[in-house]
Ligand binder design. Structure first.
Ligand code: 173
Length: 496
């Protein structure tokens, strides 16, 4: 009616469909019409995922990977052109064969109690996830050498079990930055959780609560900060992972919000001034140039889900900026993504409360060394500088077994972070899956400790390990479990 159209601009779906290219890109999200032409280069998920939706109703693609409030938070209001005329909308047909396939594997997946280790969850998830989700979650940078090295490095450390020790009682509990943790592991930040499970990261929040372990909330999650905070159980501790925005007023706002809402530490990601090249993901996101633009040669064909994140992560972040974080928060500061002794020492001298030795799950710089390999050097250097007692060290990347946790703790880490395996367990089996995966890890750790003759976390030390082979990169035992889920190259989807 006329009165309605005075208040909001009603736009037909046919009109939207005309704006279907890089130079003129409209999409419909929750019945609102947006002109995203100028936003394209800034989209953290890359240009291509939006271009695939240009001129269309993008709601179904948008919802699984974005928190509800992200548009209000980041898009200037003038990008919203009006409402789509609902009568002009036709529901897009889903890609049925793929849906059917996934429904079938989901129905036939093994019972949860048949899952005996974390690789089992990965194997199931590799089948049940959508192709995009598997590509995004599982991918690593370039040849994925670091991705695989992260777990393989643990396989170069052997154990020296002591016997005839009373191990009737094993206590695997510890503290992280002073907060209780039922065993030395936290769930680290990962993005796009709703690609794997309709409820997203809150599933991890709930499972962490069940196990009394700490969850690190991601800056760029598919649930909103409030959803993840509100999913918290009584007394549950959450940390906050920060991507530093080029607009520091945005960063200040999110840091203050995280602190006000009770997050207990700030983990500043320092290994991602830009996101690495993840080729599986880039292949999945690949789109043909629309015919009208092909000659111009201005289509970036090399952008995966994650490459165009520049609008959201500040590549200018530097050591001198750390002081500023102290001025905007009283949360303990932890640098996530330290990869050398040199940087570990600088961080400790600056006085941060913690560092995460991490190469971002092998997703950033291929041939970065594994965190577990760097750990002994870092511990030695910090001890030499008299700084080891002033800082907590965490490692992430490649944790798949209780013995991996044992090895990290024995080498001087306070705790380990775990990412992908939680996403896989969540995707395949929901909250009970994550809870079981955590239980398996905890059980494995207890077995590793009792069979090593160690009854508490504080007793774990390097005397229980043989690390002579840790630095030897030429001998790597074949990892059949990981290999069996590793992606085979796929034929090209689109023919020119
Ligand atoms: O590793 C990642 O994929 C990552 O850190 C990220 C976070 C937010 C959006 C895209 C990627």
């Amino acid at each position: 009616t006329t009165t309605f159209s005075i208040m909001v601009n009603l736009i037909s779906a046919e009109e939207v469909a005309k704006h279907n290219n890089r130079k003129d890109c409209w999409v419909i999200i929750h019945e609102n019409v947006y002109d995203l032409t100028n936003f394209l280069p800034e989209h953290p998920g890359g240009v291509n995922v939006i271009l695939k939706q240009a001129g269309k109703d993008a709601t179904a693609a948008f919802d699984p990977v974005h928190p509800r409030d992200i548009i209000q938070q980041y898009l200037p209001p003038e990008m919203c052109l009006g409402r789509v005329d609902p009568t002009s909308l036709t529901k897009a047909a889903e890609a049925d064969s793929e849906k059917d396939r996934r429904r079938q594997v989901m129905e036939k997946r093994p019972n949860l109690d048949e899952m005996l280790n974390l690789f089992d969850f990965e194997a199931v998830a590799s089948q049940t996830l959508t192709k995009e989700a598997w590509a995004y979650f599982s991918s690593g940078a370039d040849d994925e050498v670091t991705l695989r090295e992260n777990h393989e490095a643990f396989r170069r450390i052997w154990l020296k079990p002591r016997v005839l020790i009373d191990v009737a009682k094993i206590d695997v509990s510890t503290t992280i930055l002073g907060h209780y943790s039922s065993f030395p592991l936290y769930i680290t930040a990962t993005a796009l959780g709703k690609l794997g499970h309709p409820e997203g990261e809150v599933v991890l929040t709930r499972a962490a609560y069940t196990h009394k372990i700490i969850q690190m909330i991601p800056t760029l999650a598919s649930c909103s900060l409030d959803e993840m905070i509100n999913a918290r159980g009584e007394g549950q501790v959450q940390f906050y992972q920060l991507y530093v925005n080029p607009d520091r007023s945005i960063t200040e706002r999110v840091v203050r919000a995280a602190e006000a809402k009770g997050c207990k530490a700030l983990f500043i990601t320092v290994d991602a001034p830009q996101l690495g090249r993840r080729e599986k993901d880039m292949r999945e996101k690949y789109v043909e140039a629309p015919p009208d633009l092909q000659e111009e040669g201005d289509i970036r064909r090399d952008q995966g889900a994650a490459r165009a994140i520049n609008g959201f992560i500040d590549p200018r972040l530097k050591w001198a900026d750390l002081k500023w974080f102290r001025s905007i928060t009283s949360m303990p500061l932890v640098l996530k993504g330290i990869q050398t002794v040199e940087d570990a020492v600088i961080a400790a001298k600056f006085g941060v409360e913690g560092i995460v030795l991490s190469n971002h799950g092998g997703r950033q710089l291929d041939f970065a060394r594994s965190a577990i390999e760097i750990l002994p050097e870092v511990v030695e250097a910090l001890k030499r500088e008299g700084l080891y007692d002033k800082i907590e060290i965490y490692v992430d990347g490649g944790i798949r077994r209780g013995t991996d946790i044992f090895k990290a703790i024995a080498l001087g880490a306070k705790a380990v972070g775990i990412g992908r395996p939680m996403l896989y367990a969540m995707s395949a089996y929901g909250q009970p899956g994550v809870e079981r995966a955590l239980q398996l890890l905890k059980d494995e750790l207890e077995v590793a400790m009792s069979l090593s003759g160690v009854t508490s976390i504080s007793e774990c030390g390097p005397q229980y390990l043989d690390i002579r082979n840790l630095y030897n990169h030429s001998y790597v035992p074949t990892d059949y479990l990981t290999k069996s889920v590793y992606d085979k190259p796929k034929p090209r989807k689109n023919k020119l």
